[in-house]
Design a protein around this ligand. Structure first.
Ligand SMILES: [Zn+2]
Length: 192
């Protein structure tokens, strides 16, 4: 799926987890850094794709993207697996611990969780596409839902653009509308 869909799916998953858990005091800084980490997690697996938005936005992203692509084994390889999730999880945790002194009011465990939720949502979404996801690498099997490849979604095409994206937007509207008063209460708790 394309970057925009993944970013939206990551945000949706984060919102769902946020409301499923009991309210927890967190600073506004934690919320903002957490949202950023969630969006990065949502597109992170596609750094193995030279045409990914991640690389397209860098001036010399094209050539670097292709080198990274080779190193990571090509599209939908290590970054699209549980091992990749663990590796990214460890790296991001180390990075957050390193950055903690310059952002003392940020709860890094929540930011880390937001990243993992974003990345996990990416793998789940890609599982619905034709290419499938090699969840259990080094086992070289790509899993997909539904198992029959021809019934799955083609990335960036009509079903993604006209069903998945509007569906995710609708899910957000429903999520925030049904939790509206609770959300106001939570915001009040967060900033006081
Ligand atoms: Zn992907």
């Amino acid at each position: 799926m394309i970057g925009r869909t993944h970013a939206l799916a990551a945000f949706t998953a984060l919102g769902a987890v946020y409301f499923a858990r009991s309210p927890q005091t967190m600073s506004l800084a934690t919320i903002l850094v957490g949202l950023l980490a969630n969006q990065i997690g949502g597109i992170a697996p596609d750094i193995d794709q030279p045409t990914a938005p991640f690389w397209r936005n860098l001036p010399i992203g094209g050539p670097i993207g292709r080198v990274v692509d080779r190193m990571l084994g090509g599209h939908r390889f290590i970054t699209h697996s549980l091992i990749g999730l663990v590796l990214f999880g460890v790296l991001v945790h180390l990075l957050l611990v390193f950055l903690q002194p310059i952002m003392p009011i940020v709860d890094i465990s929540l930011v880390w969780a937001a990243f993992v939720i974003g990345m996990l949502s990416h793998l789940v979404m890609d599982t619905f596409t034709k290419e499938g996801v090699p969840w259990l690498l080094p086992l070289p099997i790509k899993f997909g839902i539904p198992p029959l490849r021809s019934l799955r979604i083609t990335s960036g095409k009509n079903i993604e653009n006209f069903i998945i994206v509007p569906g995710l937007i609708a899910a957000n509207v429903i999520l925030y509308a049904t939790h509206y008063s609770e959300l106001l209460l939570r915001i009040h708790q967060h900033i006081t």
